[in-house]
Design a protein. Structure first.
Length: 159
């Protein structure tokens, strides 16, 4: 009986790492700095992480006083970082980021194009709309473009 119990315990202990490894997934992180179009750090600004394959937000954070941000616990995928003004409008976006499982991307920069005008309330059309970002992203992915950027110079309302 003792021998049988010892064999059962030994088998259970030897297979435990297999079950733990199967359930655990390596997650990634992305860190960077949000800056204005003049290169100034954007302190205490909303920064979003968008999954480019689904168009859904994968995370939201606030930049530090130095403009830095970090997203952790990410599954592998293709993402973009978005800077959002106080009115909730996207005023800048990063290039597409291909994130591998377990990767730690750092030094990612995202610049707010026209952030000063958008932050000053340049009207209802200031910044980039979420729909525009998703449309540009879908077009870039469909065309096989790995890195892209989008800016809109006018502040006229979209129709």
């Amino acid at each position: 009986m003792r021998r049988l119990l010892a064999v059962v315990v030994a088998c259970a202990l030897s297979t435990a790492p297999l079950f733990a490894a199967r359930g655990a997934q390596a997650t990634a992180s992305v860190a960077g700095t949000a800056t204005s179009n003049t290169g100034q750090a954007m302190a205490n600004t909303t920064v979003q992480l968008r999954n480019l394959m689904t168009g859904q937000l994968a995370g939201t954070t606030t930049s530090s006083s130095a403009g830095t941000f970090t997203f952790t616990g990410l599954p592998a995928g293709r993402y973009a970082i978005e800077v959002v003004n106080a009115a909730g409008q996207i005023v800048g976006t990063s290039a597409a980021l291909d994130v591998a499982a377990g990767a730690a991307l750092s030094g990612v920069g995202v610049s707010a194009a026209g952030a000063a005008a958008a932050a000053a309330g340049a009207g209802a059309g200031g910044g980039l709309s979420t729909g525009l970002i998703i449309g540009i992203t879908a077009a870039a992915i469909g065309a096989g473009v790995g890195i892209y950027a989008a800016t809109r110079e006018d502040a006229s309302p979209s129709k």
